[in-house]
Design a protein around this ligand. Sequence first.
Ligand code: FMN
Length: 198
Amino acid sequence: MKNKKITRKITQGMYVLTTNGGGCIVDAVSQVSAGDNPLIAVAVMKNNYTNELMHKNNTFALSVLGMDSNPDIIKTFGLNSMRDIDKFKDIKTTDIENIKIIEDSLGYMICEKVDSIENETHTLFIGKLIEADVYKEEEAMSYSYYQEHKDELIKVKTEKGKTAWVCTICGYVYYGDTLPVDYKCPACGVGPELFKRQ
Ligand SMILES: Cc1cc2nc3c(=O)[nH]c(=O)nc-3n(C[C@H](O)[C@H](O)[C@H](O)COP(=O)(O)O)c2cc1C
């Protein structure tokens, strides 16, 4: 393959996929039919916790991220697993049709699962749109924008010349050569296993 990056030119957005019990950031979303209740497909990696939940549940939602949506949503839902943290603890959501919708989004689509297709790495879940709303008529964040700007969007700044440990959940920075084994993040309460040395 000469350059797979051309696939980034397929216009894709940035979404928070939620279903009962969890959710994650997805860009692999596509509307695959039209009409009053169009079909929407979303590809979910098999090793994501959200994949297990999607197999169990009958409904899911996609909250559409805008250019102004808080990048912490991407960090929380895209760089962490619900196996390790409660992603809903610090991100504001509203319950609609018993599914958590991200408030700081452009709007949402709620789907009833109608089919799924397995491949080696992903499951393609197909849902029928049953509820949807627009919160804001603003520009959606595209996946290619995220790829081009991810360093600024999710970067945590640390002081030069000091050893820094960054909390992968909230971005809190601890300075010191070693992180105490019983350390708890003062901002979000997680332990040292969720800190990364910068
Ligand atoms: C920009 C971005 C796009 C992503 N797109 C997808 C995607 O389309 N499908 C998917 O399964 N995971 C995608 N992910 C990865 C999941 O969001 C990530 O693995 C998450 O930590 C899984 O959490 P979970 O274990 O709670 O399900 C994406 C992550 C980012 C940051």
